[in-house]
Design a protein around this ligand. Structure first.
Ligand code: NDP
Length: 459
């Protein structure tokens, strides 16, 4: 049994109350998690650490990020094992998606920090010097689907820019954040620079967002939680980054190369059991290639390995959408059932015959459930892609018209003939109810710093 503790001021501490961390593989108890309700001690420790950390040069902080990347990399199998245990995802996915990207997040921002140039704007009679000052204490809140991947994506740029961090992983998946905390103390990261608090979102998550001395909140999670976070933080004029839900479309145009599109769309449908905010949970297929595409897609699905969903409660939510789909007139082409074994398993499910405006096809399910829709023209495909409240991502599969169609999709990111192909320098984030702000490269640097302009008049 793992005992998760909070990391506060470089020390591991626990609370009077604890609750269980349950494995989605078989519903066994795998860890005890502290139920933290106050962020005060972490704020005190972070404040104490801020002075020295913010005074380091950016090169020194880049060296720290590299050290964190090194220690994570040396322990990459253990990171993957813990992530797989906590989320139920196959070890290979945990290793190749979660653990390796967590290493890369620190490595990327270390290199990026070294490449930052001073920003200067000359006028005929004066020069403007732009400084990037740290904000102070920042609160980082992350979900359960890609636990360390998403948390490290925030921790690395926050530390790089001289901030001190109070991080809160999801109560459902705290193991890898705890492990990161252990590794950081082992390599001697100064106490208080990275603090990790565990507990329930409405308690410790809310306490972090409410705390007046925490000056910025970077949040990734569901749209309804994002609304609460925004409503709490906005009156205090905190800097706020919100990466929220999605209902992304994969558009397969009539000129798509099906040998590329079928495996690509399938991966976008079901990687991580469909529990990635970027997953393409609506597949739009041109009528002229519909039969051929569907027969290849359903055949390839038979060999696609997925893990369970995150827990029994989430499985109930996903199953309720499969029931809803049937009531809305959907035809289950594959899956729809619960395998007869312990744990939060659901077969990957493909549903056709629904209106693109149905609830099943417009609300975020966040599980291994995909709806299929036929279209006749590019314009119709674009209209269907844009008909939800969300606008996070999408993909277009076409030999000739991919980019033209992609430009008309209302979302923050669109891939053409690929999916989840990431360059960490580019903006990542959504429009509409999928969020506010962008992460990645310069966007993360901008969020985690205060840009100050100093205009010097020439003699
Ligand atoms: P939630 O919104 O339930 O939780 C996200 C985080 O917020 C968790 O750490 C949670 O804690 C915490 N939290 C809950 N209530 C509060 C509160 N009142 N104040 C502060 N923090 C709070 O999302 P899920 O964990 O269920 O994750 C799935 C969602 O995340 C999906 O909607 C998905 O689309 C979205 N997501 C978006 C991404 C993006 O980049 N746009 C990427 C990945 C996921 P606890 O777990 O303890 O309740």
């Amino acid at each position: 049994m793992i005992v998760v503790e909070n990391l506060v001021g470089g020390k591991f501490v626990t609370t009077d109350e604890a609750f269980d961390d349950i494995s989605p593989l078989d519903n066994s108890i795998i860890a005890k998690i502290p139920r933290t309700k106050s962020a005060d001690d972490a704020v005190f420790a972070a404040k104490h650490a801020f002075g020295e950390w913010s005074q380091l040069t950016i090169e020194q902080r880049c060296d720290w990020l590299d050290k964190i990347a090194d220690t994570l990399e040396s322990n990459i199998d253990e990171v993957a094992r813990l992530e797989s245990l906590d989320t139920g995802k196959p070890f290979d996915v945990a290793l190749n998606v979660d653990a390796s990207r967590s290493v890369n997040n620190f490595r990327f921002f270390a290199e990026y920090g070294r490449s930052l140039k001073s920003e200067k704007f000359e006028m005929s009679d004066a020069t403007n010097y732009v400084m990037r000052k740290p904000i102070g204490i920042v609160g980082l809140i992350s979900p359960w689907n890609l636990p360390l991947y998403l948390l490290s994506w925030k921790i690395a740029p926050a530390l790089l820019m001289g901030n001190v961090v109070i991080a809160k992983p999801s109560e459902i998946t705290p193991l890898t954040a705890h492990f990161l905390g252990r590794l950081c103390t082992e390599i001697g990261l100064p106490g208080g620079v990275l603090n990790i608090l565990n507990g329930y979102g409405p308690e410790i998550g809310q306490a972090i967002v409410e705390h007046p001395e925490i000056k910025a909140i970077s949040f990734t999670g569901g749209t309804s939680t994002g609304k609460i976070v925004a409503a709490t933080a906005a009156p205090m004029f905190k800097k706020l980054s919100l990466e929220l839900g999605g209902k992304n479309a994969s558009l397969v145009l009539d000129d798509a190369d099906l040998d590329v599109a079928v495996p690509g769309v399938l991966r976008a449908s079901f990687l991580n059991s469909g529990q990635i905010c970027l997953c393409g949970s609506r597949v739009l297929v041109h009528s002229s290639i519909y039969d051929e595409f569907m027969s290849m897609y359903l055949e390839a699905l038979k060999d696609f390995e997925i893990g369970p969903v995150i827990n029994m409660q989430h499985r109930e939510k996903v199953l309720s959408y499969i029931e809803l789909a049937k009531q809305e007139g959907g035809e289950i082409l594959a899956g729809g059932n619960v395998p007869s074994k312990e744990g939060a398993w659901i077969e990957p499910t493909v549903i056709a015959g629904l209106s693109h405006e149905s609830r099943t096809a417009t609300e975020e399910i966040f599980g291994p459930v995909v709806t299929i829709h036929k279209f006749e023209t590019d314009e119709e495909a674009i209209e269907i892609a844009n008909c939800t409240q969300y606008g996070l991502a999408g993909s277009v599969w076409s030999k000739e018209r991919g980019r033209t169609v992609a430009e008309k999709i209302e979302s923050g990111m669109v891939w053409v003939n690929t999916w989840l192909h990431r360059d960490l320098r580019v903006p990542f984030g959504g429009v509409k109810d999928s969020g506010v702000g962008r992460e990645g490269g310069m966007w993360s640097i901008g969020f985690f710093s205060e840009a100050v302009n100093i205009c010097v008049m020439e003699d």
